[in-house]
Design a binder for this molecule. Structure first.
Ligand SMILES: Cc1cc2nc3c(=O)[nH]c(=O)nc-3n(C[C@H](O)[C@H](O)[C@H](O)COP(=O)(O)OP(=O)(O)OC[C@H]3O[C@@H](n4cnc5c(N)ncnc54)[C@H](O)[C@@H]3O)c2cc1C
Ligand code: SF4
Length: 556
């Protein structure tokens, strides 16, 4: 028998007369909700491991390990508190597992799942009255607060939502005025990092017997999944989640603001907190994290910058996801649907279909594509060398860790995909597979709504695109590249080629007015070269080949 099940057996409680709660993989908390409100001795808790879900997409091995380790530790923590625990491996979807237990437990309750995909799975049980949803106490805002902060129809704006939340909750406010005189210090948070102050190393954690067992399970059953498995990088227990947050508070947050947009080959992390994975599975509670930061003595730019991410962006993207039914219905826009689950181009890179792709028959994933971008995701995103040092560096980190920070996601991975006209749905599916913190409600808005501009100005004011200028200003990547950011980097020509291809769609975007005026003045011969480099680089990268400056058409 497994070590985990042995331990659970020693904590067996009488299951009679209990209130039965299903605890999904991303609700591992007793800080709010029924597990906080009810005496654990009155609770019966249901946990389901679902191999069908794990195999649905080529998820990073580290992501599978994060979820399984935390679920198992959390189940033991709750059993120690006195709850009766039913921990099962379900055959087929989650609803099968719950249905099978229903006969034993009677009516089941659960906080409403954050992931639409899980809600869809469980819907038949809700309809049948076997499962009842409770409010999810982890969110910091309500649908009503989002609605009141926005116009009824898009575009929807994060800053209006954020200001509303700050005012309504009196967060960083002096009466009606924001502390420091303005709501955002984003303009001040754009420093290049040259090595000082030194960036902290993320903590390493004990590889306890449970983690080791999960590691073995992954190697035995999910070894065909991509990514590196690094068990010592995984916080698995309640105490380890706290340890990561303590590290983030003391080592990262004081410098979080000024270097928020910096990137470096000396530190994948810089001063980012890495707490997204724990917030999204609720090992850390967003409310407690926010309260801690408000209590701390921090420079205002860092404090405000961090609060904007957690109270602003994180909540805002979830409302956009919910309001558009996961980017399936966008007012005023025709949204095509694509097969779900997509594998993010895994089959093209690996040369074989993802084993579960026979499930991918239903064309029901929202696939907005305002730029009509159709290029398949290049194998470089799965680890094949592209010759673009920025891309190769960030991708290597993602497959090593299952994580990279925000600016690398937006201005390297997202930017290069946008400049290449990569299909936004495929890019989104790639992020979903590759990142430990990716769940539909957060990955779909960030990739399709923000990074790819696939839903137009639905939630951002302009596309996040740039040539080599931004990357060379904010990172040291270019120093390691065969291309030179000013002389021959193909991204510069790709930038102009993007503007030409999408000019008609970009008209009317205020923030792009100066750029489009510049485009009008650009010499026709240069535009021809831009288009040629776009065509050639797209061909090289989609073929899985490496770009080099020697291939003349990439540079002139
Ligand atoms: C293309 C793209 C894809 C992304 N995919 C995801 C994803 O799958 N899951 C995910 O949690 N975040 C995603 N983000 C948002 C953000 O990049 C990550 O939350 C952040 O990098 C996580 O690292 P961290 O915990 O060190 O964050 P920090 O930089 O330390 O920020 C603190 C916290 O703020 C929150 N936050 C900041 N920005 C966002 C945002 N735009 N949306 C939601 N929360 C935010 C996160 O909870 C994060 O932990 C994505 C961003 C982009 C541009
Ligand atoms: S020169 Fe261009 S391709 Fe190379 S690292 Fe810099 S931005 Fe990236």
């Amino acid at each position: 028998m497994s070590i985990f099940l042995e331990r659970l057996k020693t904590l067996k409680r009488d299951p009679g007369n209990r209130r039965w709660i299903y605890v999904p993989y991303d609700q591992l908390t007793d800080r709010f909700g029924p597990l906080a409100e009810e005496d654990p001795r009155n609770l019966g808790l249901i946990f389901l491991e679902c191999p069908a879900k794990a195999g649905l997409r080529p998820y990073h091995q580290q992501k599978l390990a994060l979820i399984l380790t935390n679920m198992r530790h959390f189940a033991l923590e709750q059993a120690r508190r006195g709850a009766a625990v039913q921990y099962r491996v379900t055959d087929g979807p989650y609803k099968n597992g719950l249905e099978a237990l229903f006969a034993k437990t009677g009516p089941i309750e659960a906080m409403r799942p954050a992931e639409r995909e899980l809600r869809q799975d469980l819907e038949p049980l809700v309809q049948a009255g076997k499962l009842t949803y409770l409010d999810h106490g982890g969110w910091l805002s309500t649908t009503e607060q989002f609605r009141v902060s926005q116009k009824p129809n898009p575009p929807w704006r994060m800053d209006a939502f954020y200001r509303h939340m700050r005012r309504e909750n009196g967060i960083l406010m002096n009466g009606p005025r924001p502390v420091g005189g303005k709501f955002s210090f984003d303009q001040e948070n754009r420093r290049f990092w040259s090595g000082s102050p030194p960036a902290p190393d993320p903590p390493r954690f004990k590889i306890d017997p449970l983690k080791k067992e999960v590691g073995r399970l992954i190697k035995d059953h999910f070894d065909h999944h991509p990514g590196n498995l690094d068990l010592a990088a995984l916080p698995g227990t309640k105490e380890e989640a706290r340890q990561l947050w303590d590290w983030a508070k003391h080592e990262c947050l004081p410098w979080f603001g000024p270097f928020e947009d910096a990137m470096s080959t000396s530190s994948a992390n810089l001063f980012h907190t890495r707490i997204s994975m724990l917030l999204n599975i609720h090992r850390l509670s967003p409310g407690e994290v926010l309260a801690d930061v408000l209590d701390m003595d921090l420079p205002l730019a860092s404090r405000e910058g961090f609060i904007r991410q957690v109270l602003g962006w994180r909540e805002f993207v979830r409302h956009v996801h919910e309001t558009t039914d996961g980017f399936r219905h966008i007012p005023g826009m025709h949204v095509p649907h694509m097969a779900s689950p997509g594998d993010g181009g895994w089959h093209r890179w690996s040369g074989r279909p993802w084993p579960r792709s026979e499930n991918a028959k239903e064309a029901n994933a929202g696939a907005p594509n305002r730029q009509n971008a159709k290029v398949p995701l290049p194998p470089a995103y799965w680890g094949r060398a592209s010759g673009l040092a920025c891309l190769d560096w960030v991708v290597a980190g993602v497959w090593r860790e299952g994580w990279s920070h925000h600016i690398t996601r937006l201005m390297v991975l997202g930017n290069i995909a946008a400049l290449l006209d990569v299909n936004p749905r495929e890019l989104c599916d790639w992020f979903w597979c590759a990142y430990v913190d990716a769940f539909d409600w957060v990955v779909e808005p960030n990739v399709m709504g923000m990074s790819s501009f696939a839903a137009g100005d639905l939630m951002v004011t302009k596309p996040y695109i740039s040539g080599a200028g931004y990357i060379s200003r904010m990172s040291d990547y270019c120093r390691r590249c065969a291309f030179h950011p000013k002389k021959n980097c193909p991204l510069n020509r790709l930038y102009w080629a993007y503007l030409v291809r999408h000019e008609s769609r970009l008209q009317g975007i205020n923030r792009l007015r100066p750029v489009l005026a510049g485009l009008k003045k650009r010499d026709a011969a240069l535009k021809k070269k831009d288009a040629r480099v776009f065509k050639r680089l797209t061909a090289v990268l989609t073929a899985g080949e490496q770009a080099t400056p020697e291939a003349g058409t990439l540079t002139d």
